[in-house]
Design a protein around this ligand. Structure first.
Ligand code: FAS
Ligand code: PHB
Length: 400
C-alpha cells in the first residue's frame, strides 16, 4: 500500500499489532467473516518474509489455513508426517503418531512459507498490512475508543478501532502497554540455546529425529525433500564463528547416531542462527480493549514444536470471541478469551518443558540424572501408554 493510503487509514474494527503468524492469521480469520482489521508491522515485508523459524504445523493450525482458504501451497508442498523418532546414545525408536492418536498427524511446512502465503492473501484480498510502521503506540486502551498511532516515511498515522490485538511477539509494545500491577508473569530461562542450520541437502530421514546424547540435544528436521533444518543444543554464549559448517555436520553425526549419520548429506549452510530457550507466560491475556495472542503472551522452548501452533490456537479463540461480539453484541466470549486460551497454553508449556528436560543436557545433569533420562526413554520405548501421551501432545491437544 502507498504511504498516502496507509496514513489516510483512520478507522477500523480491529487494529492488529504485528505481521507474524498470529497477526496475519487473525486478520484473515476476521476477514472471511466480514470483520475489518489493519495490521501494523514495524519491520519491512522483506525482513518478515526472510525470518527462519518454526517448521511443524498441528492439525488445528492446518484446519485454520484450510478454513481461510490460504492453503494451496501448503497442501502442494507441505509434508504430512505420521511419526517421528527418538534416539538416545544410538538406541532409536519411532513414535507412530497416526497409530497412537487414532489417525492424526502433523504437517511439515515452514513458518516462513506460511507467512509469505498469508501476506500474499492479505494483498490479494485488500486487507491492509502496513509494513515499516515505526513507533507504534497504543492509546485509550482502557476506554471505549482505543486508537493506535505510528510513523511511516515521516508521516503520522492514527487509527481508531474497537479492539487492539497485540500480536507483536515477545519484545513487542503491546504487553508492555499493560500496567505491571495488572500483569502476572511466569518464566524459566534454560541454560542453553539452539544452534540452527538450514541447507539445501536432502534430509537424513523421511521424518524428524530428536536425539538425547551425552554431548547434548540434536534435532534433524526439514523444510522439503531437498531442504534440511538441523539444530544442536549449544551454550548460551556460543559464537557462530566457532561453528563452521563442517564442525556442525560432525557434531550432528555424533549426536543423531550412526544410522542418521550414514544417510546425512552435507552442504553449505544458507542460514545459521542461535536462539535462546525460555518458558514464559503472561496473565491475563486481556486488558480492557487489548487482547494478547501468540508470543506476545507466551514463549515455549521449541522442542515440542508448540510456539507457532499456540499462536494459531490463540487467534482461533480470539477470532471466535470477536465474531460473537460483532454478530450479537455479546461480550461473554471476549470475557472468557484469556481463561480459555491459557488453559491450552499451560498444557503446551508443560509438554514443551517436559520434552526439553527429557532430551537436553543440563549443567546439573550428573550420572544419576542422565540415567533417569535414559530410563524414561527406555520406558517410553516399551510403553504404548507412554507413547500415547507424547503423541497426543505432539499432534496438538483439542481446540476445546
Ligand atoms: P512473531 O514474533 O512471529 O511476530 C511478531 C511480529 O510483530 C514480528 O513480525 C515483529 O516484527 C512485530 N513487532 C514486534 N514489535 C512490534 C512493534 N512495536 N510494532 C509493530 N510490530 C512489531 N517455534 C516452533 O514451534 N518451532 C521452532 O523451531 C521455532 N524456532 C524459533 C526461532 C526463533 C529465533 C524464534 C524467535 C522463535 C522460534 N519459534 C519456534 C517460535 C516462533 O515460531 C513463534 O512461536 C511464532 O513466531 C509466534 O508467532 P507470533 O506470535 O506471530 O510472533
Ligand atoms: C523446525 O523444523 O524448525 C522444528 C521442528 C520441530 C521442532 C522444532 C523446530 O520441535
Amino acid at each position: 500500500m502507498k504511504t498516502r493510503e496507509t496514513t489516510r487509514l483512520s478507522r477500523t474494527q480491529v487494529a492488529i499489532i504485528g505481521a507474524g503468524p498470529a497477526g496475519l492469521l487473525l486478520q484473515q480469520l476476521l476477514h472471511v467473516a466480514g470483520v475489518e482489521s489493519v495490521v501494523l508491522e514495524q519491520r519491512s515485508r522483506a525482513y518478515v518474509e526472510s525470518r527462519i523459524r518454526a517448521g511443524v504445523l498441528e492439525q488445528g493450525a492446518v484446519d485454520l489455513l484450510d478454513r481461510i482458504g490460504v492453503n494451496a501451497r501448503m497442501r502442494r508442498e507441505g509434508l504430512v508426517h505420521d511419526g517421528f523418532s527418538l534416539v538416545a546414545d544410538d538406541d532409536r525408536f519411532r513414535v507412530n503418531l497416526r497409530d497412537l492418536t487414532g489417525g492424526m498427524n502433523v504437517m511439515v511446512y515452514g513458518q516462513t512459507e506460511m507467512t509469505k502465503d498469508l501476506i500474499e492473501a492479505a494483498e490479494l484480498r485488500g486487507t491492509p498490512v502496513i509494513f515499516e510502521a515505526e513507533g507504534v503506540a497504543l492509546h485509550g486502551v482502557d476506554g471505549d475508543r482505543p486508537f493506535v498511532t505510528w510513523r511511516k516515511d515521516g508521516q503520522e498515522g492514527r487509527l481508531v478501532c474497537d479492539f487492539i490485538a497485540g500480536c507483536d511477539g515477545f519484545h513487542g509494545v503491546s504487553r508492555q502497554s499493560i500496567p505491571q500491577r495488572d500483569l502476572t508473569t511466569y518464566e524459566r530461562v534454560y541454560p542453553f540455546g539452539w544452534l540452527g542450520i538450514l541447507a539445501d541437502v536432502p534430509p537424513c530421514d523421511h521424518e524428524l529425529i530428536y536425539a538425547n546424547h551425552e554431548r547434548g540435544f540434536a534435532l534433524a528436521s526439514m523444510r522439503s525433500e531437498t531442504r534440511s533444518r538441523y539444530y544442536l543444543q549449544a551454550p548460551m554464549d556460543v559464537k557462530l564463528s566457532d561453528w563452521p559448517d563442517e564442525r556442525i555436520w560432525d557434531e550432528l553425526a555424533v549426536r543423531l547416531g550412526p544410522a542418521a549419520a550414514a544417510n546425512m548429506r552435507r552442504g553449505s549452510s544458507i542460514e545459521k542462527s542461535v536462539a535462546g530457550l525460555r518458558s514464559f507466560v503472561a496473565e491475563p491475556m486481556r486488558w480492557h480493549r487489548l487482547f494478547l495472542a501468540g508470543d506476545a503472551a507466551h514463549i515455549v522452548p521449541p522442542t515440542g514444536a508448540k510456539g507457532l501452533n499456540l499462536a494459531a490456537s490463540d487467534v482461533h479463540f480470539l477470532s471466535e470471541a470477536l465474531l460473537a461480539y460483532y454478530g450479537s453484541g455479546s461480550t461473554s466470549a471476549l470475557d472468557a478469551y484469556s481463561g480459555r486460551a491459557l488453559k491450552r497454553i499451560w498444557k503446551a508449556e508443560r509438554f514443551s518443558w517436559w520434552f526439553t528436560g527429557l532430551t537436553h543436557r543440563f549443567p546439573d545433569t550428573d550420572a544419576f540424572s542422565r540415567r533417569m533420562q535414559i530410563a524414561e526413554l527406555d520406558y517410553i520405548k516399551e510403553s504404548r501408554a507412554a507413547q500415547v501421551t507424547i503423541a497426543e501432545n505432539y499432534v496438538g491437544l483439542p481446540l476445546s
